[in-house]
Ligand binder design. Structure first.
Ligand SMILES: [Zn+2]
Length: 114
């Protein structure tokens, strides 16, 4: 039997989310961390930290955004997104049209005029 974490929506908890068990994904200690904060508040804080995996190494292919999407959470912020790569097409001497963009999770972003 697997259980879903009500904070980060990790679906492979080997125990129910209570009795001071700790989610290996978001690190929530149930009965302690969620005594004074709602699950949404804890989730927002975890997302705000860039949704890091808590214990050891994450499972191969682990995707925290997909994990939340699978649980029906569509309104979360993309906290890991720091910059965009933007593709520009010159329209005139002073005007560019954005033809596309790529999300970048580090600070290597640049602007390239096509
Ligand atoms: Zn969790």
């Amino acid at each position: 039997m697997k259980y879903r974490c009500p904070v980060c929506m990790y679906e492979e908890l080997p125990f129910p989310p209570r009795d001071y068990h700790i989610c290996p994904c978001c690190g929530t200690e149930f009965g302690n961390d969620d005594a004074d904060s709602s699950h949404k508040e804890l989730r927002d804080a975890w997302i705000g930290r860039g949704y890091p995996w808590f214990f050891g190494l994450p499972p191969l292919g682990w995707n925290p955004e997909q994990q939340m999407l699978n649980a029906g959470l569509f309104g979360f912020q993309r906290a890991a997104l720091k910059q965009l790569h933007v593709r520009l097409q010159p329209v005139s001497a002073r005007t560019f049209q954005i033809t596309g963009f790529d999300e970048v999770a580090d600070n290597s972003a640049s602007v390239i005029a096509a």
